[in-house]
Design a protein around this ligand. Structure first.
Ligand SMILES: Nc1ncnc2c1ncn2[C@@H]1O[C@H](COP(=O)(O)OP(=O)(O)OP(=O)(O)O)[C@@H](O)[C@H]1O
Ligand SMILES: [Mg+2]
Length: 328
C-alpha cells in the first residue's frame, strides 16, 4: 500500500462553556497515492474537522488537537510550525471548500489569483504564471480559458467558480487533494461535471483524493475506499464494493437505505430515526445505540473497531447478530 497520508488516532476537541466537544475522537485512516478515500456521515460527525486538522486550520482556541498523529510523507504534521504547515498547505496538500466564494478573492480576476498562487509557491515569473493559469482553466474544462481568466469571480457561474477553485487547488501539483463537499451547492448536472473533472485529474495527476460528502451516491461513483463516520468516530471502513455490497454497521445500513435508487420505486425511503448525540456528552457505549434498531445490552459498553475481512472494519460487536436479524 502506497500511502501518502496516515492519520493515527486523531483527536480534535473544542473547549466550550458547555463542556468538551469531541469533534474528532480517535480517527485513523490512510490515503493512497492515486486513490480516492470517501468520508461520509451525517452533519456534525467530524468530517470537516478531520480535514481542517490535517491542514492546520482548526481554530485554536477553542479548538485543540488533543492527540494522535498525522503523517504526511513520514513527517508528523502536528509537530510542524505554523510556517512549515503553510508551506505544505496549497502546495503538497490542497483543499477545495464547499463554497468557492469563501476562497476566491472578489477583487482579483480568477487568472490573477491562480497565477499568484503559482508565483508564490513556484517562483514563476508573471508571464509564465499567467500562461500556466490559463492552461489550468482549460484543464478543468472551462471554455474560452483566456477570456475567463480575465473575469472576476462574480462574473462566473457557480459551476465555473468551482472549476476555477479546482484549477487553483491543483496549480501546485498537490500530492493530496482534500475536497470538502465540493459540489453540494451545485445542481446535479453541474455536480456530475465537476466530479468528472475531479476524477479525471485525480487519475491523470496521480493525486490522493480525500472526498468528504454526505452523499453516498457520490461516494459510490468516486471512491475506492470509504470511511463512515459517526459522532467523531469511524464506525465502518471498507473498499467501495464491500461497503455497498455488504455493509455491516447498522448506521451504514441506515445511510444506504436512505439513498434513493431507481429500484426503490414509490419513494419508500427510510430515514434514520433520531439525531446525532450531543458531542459534549456522547453515550459511554456505542454512540449509535440510542438510534439503533438492533441495540442490545452489550452495546452499552464502548465498542472497538473489529476486523471483518481484509481491510473491512466495523465498530459494532453485534454485527453478526445484526446481519442475521436483517436477513430474517
Ligand atoms: N468552533 C467550534 N466550537 C465548538 N464546536 C465546534 C466548532 N467547530 C465545530 N464544532 C463541532 O465539531 C463537530 C464536528 O463538526 P464538523 O464541522 O467536522 O462536522 P461535519 O461532519 O463536517 O458536518 P457537516 O456535514 O455539517 O459539514 C460538530 O459537533 C460541531 O458542532
Ligand atoms: Mg463539514
Amino acid at each position: 500500500m502506497n500511502s501518502i497520508l496516515r492519520v493515527n488516532d486523531l483527536k480534535t476537541y473544542f473547549d466550550t462553556e458547555g463542556g468538551i466537544v469531541r469533534a474528532v475522537d480517535g480517527v485513523s485512516f490512510e490515503v493512497e497515492a492515486g486513490k480516492t478515500l470517501g468520508i461520509v456521515g451525517e452533519s456534525g460527525c467530524g468530517k470537516s474537522m478531520t480535514a481542517y486538522s490535517i491542514l492546520g486550520l482548526v481554530p485554536q482556541p477553542p479548538g485543540r488537537i488533543a492527540g494522535g498523529e498525522i503523517l504526511f510523507e513520514d513527517r508528523n504534521l502536528l509537530q510542524l510550525s505554523p510556517r512549515q504547515i503553510r508551506a505544505i498547505r496549497g502546495n503538497d496538500i490542497a483543499m477545495i471548500f464547499q463554497e468557492p466564494m469563501t476562497s476566491l478573492n472578489p477583487v482579483f480576476t480568477v487568472g490573477e489569483q491562480i497565477a499568484e498562487a503559482i508565483r508564490l509557491h513556484r517562483g514563476a515569473d508573471r508571464r509564465d504564471a499567467w500562461r500556466r493559469a490559463v492552461e489550468l482553466l482549460e484543464l478543468v474544462d472551462i471554455p474560452l480559458p483566456e477570456e475567463r481568466a480575465g473575469n472576476y469571480p462574480h462574473e462566473l457561474s457557480g459551476g465555473m467558480r468551482q472549476r476555477a477553485m479546482i484549477a487553483m487547488a491543483i496549480s501546485c501539483d498537490p500530492k493530496l487533494l482534500i475536497a470538502d463537499e465540493p459540489t453540494t451547492a451545485l445542481d446535479v448536472t453541474i455536480q456530475a461535471q465537476i466530479l468528472d473533472v475531479l476524477r479525471r485529474l485525480q487519475e491523470e495527476l496521480g493525486m490522493g483524493l480525500m472526498l468528504i460528502t454526505h452523499d453516498l451516491g457520490i461516494v459510490a461513483e468516486m471512491a475506492h475506499e470509504v470511511l463512515v463516520m459517526y459522532a467523531g468516530q469511524v464506525v465502518e471502513q471498507a473498499d467501495v464494493e464491500t461497503l455497498f455490497g455488504s455493509p455491516r454497521h447498522p448506521y451504514t445500513r441506515g445511510l444506504l437505505a436512505s439513498v434513493p435508487t431507481m429500484s426503490s420505486g414509490t419513494g419508500e425511503l427510510s430515514t434514520i430515526e433520531g439525531t446525532v448525540p450531543d458531542p459534549v456528552s456522547f453515550p459511554a457505549g456505542c454512540r449509535f445505540a440510542p438510534r439503533c434498531d438492533f441495540a442490545v445490552e452489550a452495546c452499552g459498553r464502548p465498542q472497538a473497531l473489529l476486523d471483518v475481512e481484509g481491510s473491512h472494519v466495523v465498530r459494532c460487536a453485534e454485527w453478526q447478530q445484526v446481519m442475521q436479524e436483517a436477513m430474517a
